[in-house]
Design a protein around this ligand. Structure first.
Ligand SMILES: NC(=O)c1ccc[n+]([C@@H]2O[C@H](COP(=O)([O-])OP(=O)(O)OC[C@H]3O[C@@H](n4cnc5c(N)ncnc54)[C@H](OP(=O)(O)O)[C@@H]3O)[C@@H](O)[C@H]2O)c1
Length: 350
């Protein structure tokens, strides 16, 4: 059965790619993807558009008159560690939804991928587990105006909305530097090359803090579920694997995956620590005949600092999704090990 005609906005991004693969695989959707650089590989047809520009957005999307669903997975460019532009990201969502709403009388649902930053985990400790009705972060981020826009606009239009709030994305897709499994694998391989143990690069307190992950295949299934389940309309849902391990429990598992000793905690800013080790990674790439990559570009090292340094628990409550019928749960350690294996099979890591 066909569910509809869907536009994936940001189809070449980390979750956009995985969602495109998932929805394509179901055979239940006609799909088109939006991004600026439409020359990148994608399993679905891509249309180039700059969402920042309302006029060109309307012109480029005027022909999309049969669209039933919008899956918004875009975010504007930003280096790690700086506050993402609230205004630009809010404008991008508004421009694309307004344009498709104007073009297609069949628009039924808009989903936007948000995240745990909604609760402000990146600013300091938050009450855990965070549930969907927990307070918003003390500092405005782009999720708030996007959600407010969807809520208000949908009141006067015939479509409904939903948002997802995942945490650290886990996937095996190549060419996406803000990707934790890849970061851990490259970090471990370089330390092993130097005969060092797998140091934990955060602090003693962060080593013992609880964290959580979102497998992107599961997130894709859950996004589709939200979009086609009437009971999910006009709501936000947390989307995490469902466990909340401590880094100190995961570290020996990761070390074993790379035949290493789990080292002690050794706080380090990863970009500075890895900068002198580029030649070691080059040697690994050559010896293992890996797909070409450089240590500086393969991984966004600052993302590791964002992930490894918080000294407080980050835990989301999955009760709401369970009560609405989405019961999938994943063991994050096993899932990460499986992703390492899949990246090895793709010759991305040794
Ligand atoms: N990454 C994570 O670990 C993580 C965790 C939790 C939540 N999230 C949330 O998930 C959402 C998606 O994040 P992501 O990391 O998957 O994004 P991403 O990998 O950075 O992808 C961004 C996408 O947006 C497109 N894009 C950017 N600017 C555009 C513009 N002006 N016009 C048209 N397209 C544009 C990009 O393509 P072009 O560059 O070709 O335009 C790309 O396809 C965000 O809300 C993020 O906060 C992410």
């Amino acid at each position: 059965m066909k569910h509809g005609v869907a536009v994936i906005v940001g189809a070449t991004g980390l979750i956009g790619q995985r969602l495109a693969n998932h929805l394509q695989g179901t055979g239940a959707w006609d799909l088109i993807g939006l991004c600026r650089n439409a020359t990148r590989p994608s399993p679905i047809p891509l249309l180039s558009v700059d969402l920042v520009d309302a006029t060109s957005c309307r012109q480029a999307l005027a022909g999309l008159d049969a669209v039933t669903h919008v899956f918004y997975t875009a975010r504007f460019d930003h280096p790690e560690g700086v506050h993402e532009s609230v205004e630009t990201n809010a404008t991008m969502l508004r421009n694309v939804v307004d344009a498709i709403d104007a073009a297609s009388p069949r628009l039924a649902h808009v989903h936007a991928v948000h995240g745990t930053k909604y609760y402000g985990h990146n600013l300091g400790p938050i009450p855990v587990p965070a549930s969907e009705d927990s307070p918003r972060a003390s500092r405005v981020n782009f999720y708030f105006p996007q959600e407010d826009y969807l809520r208000e606009r949908s009141k006067v239009r015939p479509w409904t909305w939903s948002t997802s709030r995942p945490h650290i994305f886990c996937d095996d897709s190549p060419g996406t530097p803000r990707n934790l499994p890849l970061l851990i694998a490259v970090y471990a391989s370089v330390l092993r090359e130097a005969g060092e143990p797998l140091y934990f690069p955060g602090t003693e307190a962060s080593f013992r803090a609880r964290t959580q992950f979102t497998d992107l295949s599961m997130l894709s299934r859950m996004i589709e579920w939200m979009a086609i389940t009437p009971a999910c309309a006009n709501q936000a849902f947390n989307v995490v694997n469902g466990d909340c391990p401590r880094w100190c429990d995961l570290w020996p598992v990761f070390a074993a995956c790379f035949d290493m000793q789990p080292g002690p905690v050794r706080p380090a800013r990863l970009r500075e620590m890895m900068a002198p080790r580029a030649a070691q990674w080059d040697a690994i790439v050559t010896r293992h005949a890996l797909k070409p990559s450089s240590l500086g570009d393969a991984v966004l090292w600052e993302y590791g600092d964002y992930v490894f340094w918080p000294e407080w628990d980050i835990v989301s409550d999955m009760k709401k999704a369970r009560q609405h019928g989405f019961t999938e749960q994943l063991d994050s350690a096993r899932q990460l090990v499986a992703l390492f294996d899949r990246m090895r099979a793709q010759r991305i890591i040794p």
